[in-house]
Write a protein that binds this ligand. Structure first.
Ligand code: ARG
Length: 459
């Protein structure tokens, strides 16, 4: 039976099931290096401030370094009886240096320790997220560079609407992922804050120096209010919310990829490295990875809803409910980091079947707006032009032809304003080229979006 670090007030030992139920060590082992980092900063500060002697501080710091080395060489065995990461680490410190280890917890509580660990952990995750998100944005821009001239149908209601450049379609995703990037970047502001020194909730009577631990831990700022410091999980909620938005964008792109690589579309072909086979149907090449990213969006949303619900009724300051902040955050960070790099790999290895994309714009009425605009430019009110073209489309549908297949004679029966130049206007490439309004799909417009993106990415 391991003696509890909080055992003084208790006569009987903890029920086994209760012990297991309450322990967070099963799922928070990844916090170990951050917990040691927090302890090291704390003990240095205790020594500097004369709260413990310099000699004691030195011994504890050396002991913590020993524990760190054991951790890195895989010699640490985490124990349920030690409940959480803080007590597991402290118990190893005790094994290293004996009772003096007990001085480490002066002017400190597990409440500010756990908050510190979570801030340090998330800060490191955010740095990684920004870097993998940048790789994805670069991949999208590179793909767009190669496909400014690739024509495809643009859709509304999943029906052919107007021809667009595939580059324009891709750059729409660049914009979404750039907003995600900015949100994660902002997330750092509320994560790069030091809660250490809040103690249990009300601060401490010891003359601690919170500015010093802030500096030692590399945090940008210190929490202004001790109660806020130990009960705030907004920085995690922001992360879970930003992750949800990111997954929503990834999932939309996955949905499009899934459509594009179906037999009906055949717009793209995924590399074998990102596809799997079927155990029964030998011909199958399934886009599992895109489906899985789409599917994992659900768990990331779930993690956000989970923690929002945990937080909604919590009185200040610390409550054990807060222990539920971890699994969702770890799960979401693992999920988004993997999803981002799988998406980057999938996009950079897929083949774009530009011939199929363009020919999909020749067997449709996606040039109907061109004809209506053509008539409107000749002075016919747009509403009337719309009506004329609508009727013509109906007629063509019955005859099984497209607008470019209507003879000039038939066009002139509709309006003598229609001349030979209409056939140039009806070409999908012309339709794309002429959409020069700001942000439109014209080739030059896509090129300038790409130029802007390259500046943002510094590539
Ligand atoms: N394992 C706890 C958590 O994750 C650490 C803080 C425990 N504090 C306490 N007063 N029981 O939230």
């Amino acid at each position: 039976m391991v003696e509890k670090l909080w055992g003084g007030r208790f006569e009987a030992s903890l029920n086994k099931q209760t012990e297991e139920f309450g322990a967070s060590i099963k799922f928070e082992q990844r916090l170990a290096p951050f917990d040691l980092q927090g302890s090291l900063a704390h003990v240095k500060m205790l020594g500097e401030m004369g709260i413990i002697s310099a000699d004691e501080a030195g011994k504890i710091a050396d002991g913590l370094t020993e524990v760190e080395q054991k951790l890195m060489s895989g010699q640490i065995e985490f124990k349920i009886e030690n409940e959480d990461i803080h007590m597991n680490m402290e118990s190893y410190l005790h094994d290293e240096i004996g009772t003096i280890a007990g001085k480490l917890h002066t002017a400190r509580s597990r409440n500010d320790q756990v908050a510190t660990d979570m801030h340090l952990y998330l800060k490191s995750v955010l740095t990684e997220v920004l870097s993998v998100l940048t790789e994805l944005r670069q991949t999208i821009v590179n793909l767009a560079v190669n496909h400014v001239d690739t024509i495809m149908p643009g859709y509304t209601h999943l029906q052919h609407a107007q021809p667009i450049s595939f580059g324009q379609h891709l750059m729409a995703y660049y914009q979404m992922f750039t907003r995600d990037f900015e949100r994660f970047e902002f997330n750092i502001k509320h994560t790069d804050m030091n809660p250490l020194g809040a103690a249990a909730l009300a601060g401490t009577t010891f003359p601690i120096d919170r500015a010093l631990t802030t500096q030692l831990l590399g945090f940008d700022k210190v929490y202004t209010n001790s109660m806020d410091a130990v009960s705030d999980r907004d920085f995690i909620l922001e992360f879970l919310s930003n992750s949800s938005l990111l997954m929503m964008h990834l999932s939309r792109l996955c949905e499009e990829i899934l459509l594009w690589c179906s037999f009906e579309f055949q717009f793209v072909t995924l590399s074998d490295a990102y596809s799997t086979g079927s155990s029964i149907m030998p011909q199958k090449k399934n886009p599992d990875m895109a489906e899985l990213i789409r599917g994992k969006t659900g768990r990331v949303y779930g993690n956000l809803m989970g923690l929002l619900t945990v937080m909604k009724g919590l009185p200040l300051a610390y409550n054990k409910d807060l222990q539920e902040d971890k699994e969702g955050m770890f799960d979401s960070s693992d999920t988004i980091l993997t999803a981002l790099s799988v998406m980057t790999g999938m996009l950079s290895t897929m083949t774009v079947n530009d011939v199929n994309m363009e020919s999909a714009t020749q067997k449709d009425f996606s040039n109907a707006t061109e004809l209506a605009d053509y008539l409107a430019t000749k002075g016919i009110p747009f509403r009337e032009a719309h009506e004329i073209v609508g009727k013509l489309v109906l007629d063509c549908t019955k005859k099984g032809i497209y607008l470019q297949g209507v003879s000039l004679q038939d066009y002139q029966k509709l309006s003598m304003l229609i001349e030979q130049d209409v056939y140039e206007v009806l070409k999908s490439r012309t339709a794309v080229a002429r959409r020069t309004s700001l942000g439109g799909t014209a080739f030059d417009s896509v090129k300038s979006q790409i130029e802007q993106a390259k500046k943002e990415l510094q590539i």
